[in-house]
Design a protein around this ligand. Sequence first.
Ligand code: LAG
Ligand code: CA
Length: 475
Amino acid sequence: PRAAAAPSSGDAIVHLFQWRWSSIAEECETTLGPGGWGGVQVSPPQEHVVLPEAEGAAYPWWQDYQPVSYRLDRTRRGTKAEFVDMVERCRAQGVRIYVDMVLNHMTGTGSVGSGPGSAGSVFGKYDYPDLFGDGSGDRYDRPDFGPCYRAISDWSSKAEVQDCELLDLADLNTADPRVRAAIAKYMNSVIGLGVAGFRVDAAKHVQAEHLADIVSRLHDVPGFGGRPDLFHEVYGDATVPYTDYTALGRVTNFDYQRAVSAAVRDGDLTRLADLPDHGGLTGAQSVVFIDNHDTQRSDPTLTYKDGDRYYLADALMMAHPYGTPQVMSSYAFGAVTAQGPPSTADGTTLPTDCGSAAWVCEHRDPRVAGMPGFRNATAGTGMSSVVTDGPGRLAFARGDKGYAAFNATGTPWRATFRTGLPDGTYCDVARGTFDRRTGRCTGGTVAVSGGSFTAEIPANHGVALHVAARLGDAA
Ligand code: LAG
Ligand code: CA
């Protein structure tokens, strides 16, 4: 029997976009487990198209969103054995793996004719002989497509958005129960390996009733136990509202993404001074994020390229009791947005090196890395004692468990803050991490006395204190 998972460390999810499986396994052990991260969204693990040149890039990152089969062996990120090893090692650290589940479609027109795909499968659009194999040579059922067979053109028609082809990608006919059963079989095969959750790609383009049937077929998760944790990629609008999917898991709250990213970018934190229902969704219904791999390329509001304000936004999102936060972790890219991750000449992804300029590793930034610990220590508390000083400065308590203050202005914020914290010396986790096992604090320290502390918060920075990062307390 597999070892049981370490107790779940929290809810914060990091998207290790395009990382190799072996690099993710290492990151779980060195950084994510000790840092209190709850999960990693990994790039799609199924076989994908291989495009030596497209849109000005060699092996564009988006190959992965064109499945060729459901074989796990192999993608540009490694073998099935490496995938399995990653799931196990992350689970041992209490970190859930969330698979990016591409279930709406297969490949597009013009994507290398007959292949082969990354694991060697020969295919054509609407023709995927190995579609529902799982890498064990198991072949069953041919996929069913349609009924539309052309690109979506009328985005105000729900039937068209869901039956026609997103970006010309062959649309799986999820009205057919055999297709749903086959998708669920693949999802159950990775659940069987210990995968604990899914980001459901393009969920909006799959009828909610079809998705509900797929979800109902999923097994419980070994190790962590319980139902798989799903969040659905829905860009909610009048045609297909978020609420169509909220019964099936959380949804990606793009309204939060747009509003909060713009607000922090513009130095206006007032929208975070209370807890509005962004996009009509409660926090419990939402996965929230400042950017994702699509918005950072096609509609950048705030990304790593913006520097301090971006990291402030990530930290504020994690300090704030609304939604399940997801942090984007990137490789550097320029004008060619199709650019893939650092790779060998044949398109195999290289191991991540956060010390090189090619990888950004936002989640390791000292302004972000300590915040999952804050989140975990303050879980279950609301926001209280809100203090503002103009639109760009916001501080709040999280009950008697934590206190955070953020300064989205160009000048230092010097103030005395009244907290609910017990007196003591705290590690400032908005500047670094605190390791409970060693007591090591990489950020500065802040003394709370008589419940208050005085600090000078630099321009575009924050301060965050919590009861699990008090110096001198036994672990
Ligand atoms: C998603 N969520 O719903 C992903 O987050 C997003 O990254 C995916 O698009 C999309 N849905 C489909 O899964 C990405 C790229 C597209 C790319 C697509 C398929 O953003 O640019 O399309 O993946 O690889 C590419 C070309 C298109 C072409 C299509 C089919 O850019 O022009 O029509 O391939 O050949
Ligand atoms: Ca569809």
